[in-house]
Write a protein that binds this ligand. Structure first.
Ligand code: FMN
Length: 203
């Protein structure tokens, strides 16, 4: 069975809510899907000052665990148009895996969240691709796989690079039905691809 790890960093839970839909999509494709979070690097004191709610109840991943999966879907909100330091710190801890090509040939998709509509939905994912390239991980874009990506009738996150939600400047906006549906599509399409690959390897 194709095994996909959804690896997230979330401060205000938007990414976790999106991850649950990505997981549903992966499971609909027949893949095994488990959600992990990367270690937090901020102190409880700083998180309290940021009004951050408790972390989701999912295990904290270690770099070594990445080797177990056939593919990953990474999810994180933007920080100045790029991945948060927490996720960068986690990826920077994968040097040992990089040295032995431990992740080469695996697949990865990415989804994100931004406060504003033009705060980095595309750049956050795009600037993560070098990490994948250095590992030899195959980046799987979303494309326009879900027509909701064309919907301009309301505020709407997501791009061909990956699903996305708009959290609002104060974080009060929650992922919309449209954005959640795109997240599910990303999981389902990614799962189908990884399943095909795993089935081929087993032949
Ligand atoms: C230090 C910092 C930098 C941020 N930079 C951006 C940004 O460049 N563009 C933007 O739209 N939102 C920005 N945000 C908002 C976050 O992306 C938003 O809180 C996040 O996507 C919500 O996801 P979460 O609930 O999963 O943490 C920033 C937030 C913080 C704390």
């Amino acid at each position: 069975m194709a095994k996909v790890y959804i690896v997230i960093y979330t401060t205000y839970s938007h990414i976790y809510k999106m991850a649950l839909e990505v997981q549903k999509g992966l499971e609909a494709s027949g893949a095994e899907a488990k959600i992990y979070q990367v270690p937090e690097t901020l102190s409880e004191e700083v998180l309290a000052k940021m009004y951050a709610p408790p972390k989701p109840n999912v295990p904290i991943i270690t770099a070594a665990e990445l080797e177990e999966a056939d593919g990953f879907i990474f999810g994180f909100g933007t920080r100045f148009g790029q991945m948060p330091a927490q996720f960068k710190a986690f990826l920077d801890s994968t040097g040992g895996l990089w040295a032995k090509g431990g992740l080469a040939g695996k697949f990865a998709g990415i989804f994100t969240s931004t406060a504003s509509q033009h705060g980095g939905q595309e750049t956050t994912i795009f600037t993560t691709i070098p990490y994948l390239a250095h590992h030899g991980i195959i980046y799987v874009p979303l494309g326009y796989a879900n027509p909701n990506l064309f919907d301009v009738s309301a505020v709407n996150g997501g791009s061909p690079y990956g699903a996305g939600c708009i959290a609002g400047g104060d974080g009060s906006r929650q992922p919309s039905e449209s954005e959640l549906a795109v997240a599910k599509t990303q999981g389902e399409n990614f799962g189908k691809l990884v399943k095909t690959y795993v089935a081929g390897k087993q032949q």
